[in-house]
Design a protein around this ligand. Structure first.
Ligand code: HEM
Length: 525
């Protein structure tokens, strides 16, 4: 006799079915729970100061601390080289190491070369110049090509005689009125930029274009324009409200900034057009581009926004490096002397340095690299944005995140640049033939930005820097100023905040090196 198992149900089929269904349900619930957990786990953003939201405290960080790059570098010691935080709805990812900036902004440039959308930038009409347009906009590639054509290596060389003339005038001003070196350096760079891009001859500090640019720059560096500082960048719908509803301070800022951007873009551009119509134009960037066939209104607008960005970016960046150069020469007389000896041995004393000397002056080249490393003119470069979801070392970086390259942290990373606060051009020179690897990475790979957004005026910047630095070394000694008690004034090594950071005001003595140097400065061929 075969006994049925005691647990055999009367109705086999329905009980099995019910149990199976319950089983599937349980497995399904567990599986989806695990899947959701796994997905959440795998979508962990880079670590960072969580709960750091836009609050009165964070507002003071964004708007208060001037050297925010140092704040970020301190956070990177806690959270790692890639950290993130939120400001309202903005995801902000800060990159603090050479590896991270290279891996993401150079190697993955295809998706990391956009600019973050910003309602405040749009409201202030700053969204059209090349520095702000999206990498996905059709005008981006043509604008970059145009900039390369006009102020790349070949294009810059066309302006060399004008650049040398402006440096000569700079030397004359430094000799006759050394105390106002900041104004003279600024004027020299403004002359060079305005001539190269608009063909406009800036005559003096009182020139109306110098004033327009000066006002524009002050606002650029205002804490108002710091990444994450604006509530409406997180809630762009608010940009449709009348601006007075954002408060009097914001309303005034937006109104003034809009007018200032308009002036920067339109006034010099219209001046060049009128010169062309009158048949008198220097072969500037604008004149060259407008003289091409088939320039339609769209193309004309692109030209206007490329040169506008070059004007905006090209003056105070170089000025920053030149001021850091003077400060470092004053504080490091032995480095100054060594550089002067190199210039003397290559250039001699009967002419000023010229561009072809550059390759024969390795120490001066290294000195300029060290100036750029010691204080990058744009310590946080310009923010990028990522155009699709991405992972980096298991961290999830959400599409649209704002990416902040902390250039200052990279150039002050002890593992790459030992004793980062020491000014030492020898970092880039091989100490001996056997010790080739001792040379540290060229900071120009970081300070001029990354990937498809790398500085569009890099070559022009390097040429103007070389001519100014080298000509000053050839003709002047820079030393500490003496106060009325006969005591040397030791300057603070301190820098302004903002997108483009420069040494805070300081004093120094700038004296011609010899009678021969005076003759050289005064001699007009
Ligand atoms: C020492 C001098 C300079 C430094 C350190 C510097 C640095 C930079 C940096 C960090 C960026 C952002 C790159 C990025 O987003 O990754 C940039 C962009 C730019 N720079 Fe420079 N710059 C200098 C001089 C100049 C000069 C002289 C010009 C013009 C003649 C210029 C024109 C531009 C333009 C147009 C952009 C925007 C490029 C874009 O968004 O596609 N810069 N620069």
């Amino acid at each position: 006799m075969v006994l049925a198992p005691p647990w055999t149900p009367v109705n086999d089929f329905s009980l099995d079915g019910a149990m199976l269904a319950v089983g599937f349900l349980v497995v399904g619930i567990v599986a989806s729970f695990v899947a959701i957990r796994l997905q959440r786990l795998s979508k962990f953003p880079p670590p960072g100061p969580r709960g750091f939201k836009q609050s009165p405290t964070s507002r003071s960080i964004f708007r208060g601390r001037k050297d925010i790059w140092r704040q970020y570098a301190e956070w990177s010691k806690i959270y790692g080289p890639v950290f993130s935080f939120r400001s309202h709805r903005l995801n902000i990812v800060v990159l603090n190491s050479a590896k991270a900036v290279h891996d993401l902004l150079d190697i993955r440039a295809k998706i990391y070369s956009d600019r973050p959308y910003s309602a405040i930038i749009e409201l202030t009409n700053q969204n059209k110049p090349i520095g702000r347009i999206s990498s996905q906009d059709a005008r981006f590639a043509t604008s970059r090509r145009m900039a390369h054509e006009e102020l790349g290596q070949k294009g810059t060389l066309r302006h060399l005689p004008a650049l040398e003339r402006h440096v000569k005038l700079l030397l004359k001003s430094l000799m006759s009125d050394p105390k106002h070196f900041r104004q003279h350096l600024r004027l020299c760079q403004s002359k060079s930029i305005m001539m190269a891009i608009y063909g406009y001859p800036v005559e003096s500090d009182d020139d109306p274009y110098i004033t327009i640019h000066g006002n524009w720059f002050k606002a650029l560096n205002s804490p108002f324009l710091r990444t994450g500082a604006w509530f409406i960048d997180s809630y762009p719908i608010l940009r449709y409200l009348p601006t007075w509803m954002l408060g009097a301070e914001s309303h005034n800022f937006i109104t003034e900034r809009r007018a200032s951007n308009g002036q920067m873009m339109n006034v010099p551009f219209e001046w060049t057009k009128s010169e062309i119509r009158a048949g008198r134009s220097y072969p500037s960037f604008v004149a060259n581009q407008l003289s091409q066939d088939n320039v339609n209104p769209d193309h004309e607008e692109s030209i206007k926004y490329v040169v506008g960005a070059m004007h905006m970016s090209g003056v105070d960046t170089v000025l920053s490096a030149m001021l850091t150069f003077l400060l470092m020469m004053m504080l490091n007389p032995e480095i100054q002397k060594r550089a002067q000896e190199e210039v003397d041995s290559v250039v001699g004393s009967d002419r000023l340095p010229q561009l072809p000397d550059r390759g024969k002056l390795p120490y001066v080249g290294a000195l300029i690299q060290e100036v750029l490393r010691f204080h990058p003119p744009a310590p946080l470069a310009v923010t990028h944005a990522v155009t699709q979801d991405d992972y980096y070392e298991d961290m999830f970086i959400q599409k649209g995140s704002t990416i902040v390259p902390n250039v200052w942290a990279v150039t002050h990373d002890e593992s790459t640049y030992p004793e980062p606060m020491k000014f030492d051009p020898m970092r880039y020179l091989d100490k001996s033939d056997q010790d080739v690897k001792s040379a540290q990475p060229d900071p120009r790979n970081f300070v001029f930005g990354f990937g498809r957004r790398v500085c569009a005026g890099m070559y022009f910047a390097e040429v103007t820097l070389f001519l100014q630095v080298c000509s000053i070394l050839a003709t002047f000694n820079i030393s500490k100023e003496i106060n009325t008690d006969g005591v040397e004034i030791i300057p603070n090594v301190d820098f302004t905040g903002g997108h483009i950071s420069q040494p805070e005001d300081f004093v120094c003595r700038i004296v011609p090196r010899s009678d021969a140097a005076v003759d050289l400065i005064m001699w007009d061929p």
